[in-house]
Design a protein around this ligand. Sequence first.
Ligand SMILES: [Zn+2]
Length: 115
Amino acid sequence: MHEYSIATSLMGHIERQARAHGATRVARVYVRIGELSGVEPDLLQTAYEILREGTLCDGAPLDIARVSVAWQCAGCGRPIAPGETLVCGDCGQPARLVAGDDITLDRLELEVPDV
Ligand SMILES: [Zn+2]
């Protein structure tokens, strides 16, 4: 399952960040999933819930935000609206994808003990 391996690498990122901050527990995880990333949020949620058991994320909800696809001119940076031809009307350069094709760990809510 594709989402299972994504969740595994996500857990790795989370645990490294949590340890780097001296956290004893992760309270909540926020990720952003692009429309074109090929990741099914429901499946990722399920995989995460299986993997988080016994880790710093045990009991921490996964908050998934969908990110729409966005295009921009590679030449002048003009945003290309959805449905528009993927060539810039101003300078004729091809558009490039600037959002919506990946999955990112947005932020973590961590429980850090007072020192
Ligand atoms: Zn342009």
